[in-house]
Design a protein around this ligand. Structure first.
Ligand code: GLP
Length: 244
């Protein structure tokens, strides 16, 4: 594992963007695993800037998002599909049909999970997975549990995640209680992993995940077994102009 601590949030975001950009430069048809939340917003901003300067080209790439709330459609401003469109896809030259996000309004969410895994398999897996980390150590929406779940699955969100994510909703009651998430197997099979985290509230969980025991109680701890992980951390809180 490579651990890099930067002074500012923006330096962290820029380094992560550099790694994604290098991935697409060296392999234009890369499969990029993408994440939501406030942490990666600066990463997307840098990539958009470089795309506008003609320094990076996404025309041959495919993206696979980690997760989506069950019940939220793509027009819902709180859905992760809406987040990805407005913060990234609408500003770069990636064909929308090659941007995969689990469908939160699928009539049969379990069937959607199986279909999502088949699509990732057909893409021959993820080249580079960008990850954030939840305050309880979750990645995607793989919440602390007794076991690691390998495949894409429907998860009931923990109270702490609902509370943490309530800041994006009008009221905590509006936060969906269920989500579809990539499983730990697909995340671990990504050829490279870049995890971004910032703010004092994430320092302890980052330390615990990467130096503590490997346990499904801290899902990100499983990343210790991955051969190519870069962790980027900045103590600086997400600046106001970046946060959603
Ligand atoms: C959500 C997402 C995760 C993300 C986490 C942290 O729960 N499902 O993928 O890593 O939030 O978000 P933030 O970056 O806003 O702290």
């Amino acid at each position: 594992m490579t651990y890099i601590e930067t002074k500012t949030y923006d330096q962290m975001a820029k380094k992560a963007a550099n790694l994604l950009s290098a991935q697409v430069l060296t392999k234009p048809h890369s499969v990029l695993g993408l994440a939501t939340g406030s942490t990666p917003l600066g990463v997307y901003r840098w990539l958009i800037r470089w795309y506008q300067k003609d320094d990076v080209d996404f025309s041959q790439a495919t993206t696979v998002n980690l997760d989506e709330y069950v019940g939220l459609g793509e027009q819902d401003p709180q859905s992760y599909r809406y987040y990805m469109n407005t913060h990234f896809f609408d500003h770069i030259n990636i064909p929308k049909e090659r941007t995969l996000v689990p469908c939160g309004t699928a009539a049969d969410p379990e069937a959607e999970c199986r279909a999502y895994d088949r699509r990732i398999e057909a893409l021959l897996g993820i080249d580079l997975q960008l990850l954030g980390i939840g305050r309880n150590g979750h990645i995607g929406f793989n919440e602390p549990a007794d076991v690691f779940i390998k495949n894409t699955h429907v998860v009931t969100l923990s109270d702490s995640t609902v509370t943490a994510n309530a800041r994006f909703f009008d009221s905590p009651d509006d936060v969906p209680r269920r989500a579809i998430t990539l499983g730990m197997g697909s995340i671990l099979q990504a050829r490279k992993i870049v995890l971004v985290a910032n703010g004092a509230a994430k320092r302890d969980i980052v330390r615990e995940a990467f130096t503590g025991p490997i346990t499904p109680r801290v899902p990100a701890s499983l990343l210790q077994l991955h051969p190519d992980v870069t962790v980027l951390y900045s103590e600086e809180e997400t600046p106001q102009e970046v946060s959603v």
